[in-house]
Write a protein that binds this ligand. Structure first.
Ligand code: ISL
Length: 561
């Protein structure tokens, strides 16, 4: 039988290490905590685990500000813990994907500290974007770009002699200076970092801000006439520049060296490089304006997957979902990359809360809304997602139906974006509240020493312990769905769906012997019973007349015969 690449239909679970499980009682999750919970992830039925950054970092942006790319932050453990985690995961049949942050470093990175200390003219400054300011005394930033987190994208440094000096570019927080990818040392360094983690045995990398590395030549003002238009619809001079693709073509060659070409797990060459666990992958975090532009990142000689943020941004609405699904599949087919489907991550409002609110308000909705409605839709959206061809991403806690925590006090919040007043990206602590594992006890089983963000009252009712074996629980729904997906090969496979005629507000499609029907309306609907009910997000009744009745906001899986 022809084997498929494991990642083409993989379900990949995102662990946000500081909020997953705390083994040493300091209130922060850690690698040992993740390792201790690997059996839970195996039993859940996912194929791979993506870990958000655990590298040495001052944590100005929860670890997305890396001071040393080859070290584990003491808060999370050490390299031996990383090794043990990778080893144990592989023994359990789970693959490990780590986060790579190549757009910027921490301001505490060795290069940046030296660049500052050596003053203007330091060759280290060429590895970042240092510029003299404008105005009579250089008191104005070099251009008009704004930080994603709010405020100017430039910070002026105090030179070693105490004078106000040059400015440096940071698309995110001031503690996150952007690398200059035109400098050869930057590329050399990241290729070496890739090899370091590949030698450690990781199965892939999630590329942070993959669309941001290359900036338009001359760092042109945004306000400059026609500049934006010139660069394409909605494309900024600091995002989605063509030059970025050359970087990924070079990276792909390295990864393929470690992947045994196209041979995958069994065929992988055992050249003594790391532990062979089959093909290794890159997944791009690229917030491009359209899925068509995202497809450029997953051409055959570039990255393997890219997050589908159009799907994440879609409302719980049949017409909108169908359009995103069709456009996604149409965009991925010509480049031969699998579609991906994502509902939540550590940067957006959890979908159980997003779907509880009126549609059309984007992804950063934090009002509590109708908790029960949000959960119904989240469960239905999950069964829809897991029936689509391609790869799906699950963010820790969504399998528990966790809502966003919308009422955190300012004193406990830690997201730099929140304090810098970023609009769209500014409220990310609510989806980062530590996971409840037990009904009672210190931080509901997260750890013995409290949790870095307070967990709301009643969090224990949503815990793994409370939901395990509970009929109809969201955790059991995920377990069943993932179990079914693993046991048959028609759910994630292929690159198309066959749409079936369905009432307004209802999506129905066939994939071989499998049919998925999603009712996105607030009313129950009757559709043909396409076969035996395999699984449903709520009670579905079949009539003698060969029909099935779906409650409001419900998805059902049928199989024939
Ligand atoms: O580009 C954006 C909007 O147009 C942003 O959404 C941006 O792509 C996104 O914020 C990038 O997020 C990633 O990098 C950040 C980090 O804070 C996030 O947690 C991470 O997911 C900086 O490293």
């Amino acid at each position: 039988a022809k084997r498929r690449d494991w990642w083409r239909d993989a379900v990949i679970y995102q662990v946000y290490p500081r909020s997953f499980a705390d083994s040493d009682g300091d209130g922060m999750g850690d690698l040992e905590g993740v390792r201790s919970r690997l059996p839970y992830l195996r039993d859940l039925g996912v194929d791979a685990v993506w870990l958000s950054p655990f590298y040495a970092s001052p944590q100005a942006d929860a670890g997305y500000d890396v001071a040393d790319y080859r070290a584990v932050d003491p808060m999370f453990g050490n390299l031996l813990d990383a090794d043990a985690l990778i080893r144990d995961a592989h023994e359990l049949g789970l693959r490990i994907i780590v986060d790579l942050v190549p757009n910027h470093s921490s301001d505490q990175h060795e290069w940046f500290k030296r660049a500052l200390a050596e003053g203007p003219g330091s060759p280290l400054r060429d590895r970042y974007h240092f510029r003299p300011g404008k105005g009579t005394d250089g008191e104005l930033p070099p251009n008009d770009w704004e930080s994603i987190f709010g405020g100017p994208a430039w910070t002026r440094v105090t030179e070693p002699d105490g004078s106000a000096g040059e400015w440096y570019l940071h698309l995110f927080a001031p503690e996150q200076p952007d690398f200059n990818w035109d400098h050869p040392a930057v590329g050399d360094e990241f290729r070496s970092i890739l090899r370091f983690w590949l030698d450690m045995g990781v199965d892939g990398f999630r590329i942070d801000v993959a669309h941001g590395l290359v900036k338009a030549a001359g760092l042109p003002d945004l306000g400059a006439h026609d500049q934006v238009k010139l660069l394409g619809n909605d494309v900024m001079p600091f995002f989605d520049q063509d030059g970025v693709h050359e970087i990924y073509r070079q990276w792909r060659l390295i990864l393929d060296e470690y992947s045994g070409g196209d041979k995958g797990p069994e065929g992988a060459s055992a050249e003594g490089r790391g532990r062979e666990t089959g093909g290794r992958i890159f997944v791009a975090e690229a917030w491009t304006p359209t899925i068509e532009r995202t497809a450029n990142y997953v051409r055959p000689d570039e990255l393997h997957q890219a997050f589908n943020f159009q799907y994440l941004s879609a409302a719980w609405d049949a017409a909108e979902l169908r359009e995103v699904i069709d456009r996604t599949l149409e965009s991925m087919r010509p480049v031969g990359a699998p579609a991906t489907w994502v509902l939540s991550n550590h940067d957006v409002t959890r979908h159980a809360t997003r779907f509880a609110n009126p549609p059309g308000l984007g992804t950063q909705i934090r009002t509590a809304g109708d908790r029960e409605l949000g959960l119904r839709r989240a469960r239905a959206a999950t069964l829809l997602m897991l029936a689509l061809p391609g790869s799906a991403y699950v963010y820790q806690g969504e399998e528990l139906g966790l809502p966003d925590v919308v009422d955190l006090a300012d004193e406990v919040r830690q997201d730099p974006a929140y304090f810098r007043g970023a609009g769209q990206d500014g409220f990310r602590d609510g989806c980062r509240v530590p996971i409840p594992w037990t009904r009672e006890g210190s931080s509901y089983g997260f750890g013995d020493g409290g949790s870095w963000l307070p967990q709301p009252a009643g969090w224990g009712e949503l815990s793994v312990a409370a939901q395990t074996g509970a009929p109809g629980s969201t955790l059991e729904l995920y377990r069943s769905a993932l179990g079914i997906r693993r046991s048959r090969n028609d759910l994630g496979a292929g690159d198309s769906v066959e749409w079936l005629k369905a009432p307004e507000g209802v999506l129905a499609f066939r994939r071989g012997e499998f049919v998925c029907v999603a009712n996105t309306t607030g009313e129950s609907v009757t559709t043909p019973a396409y076969g035996r009910v395999l699984l449903a997000s709520d009670e579905v009744t079949e009539t003698d007349a060969g029909e099935a009745k779906l409650p409001a906001d419900t998805t059902v899986w049928f199989t024939t015969p």
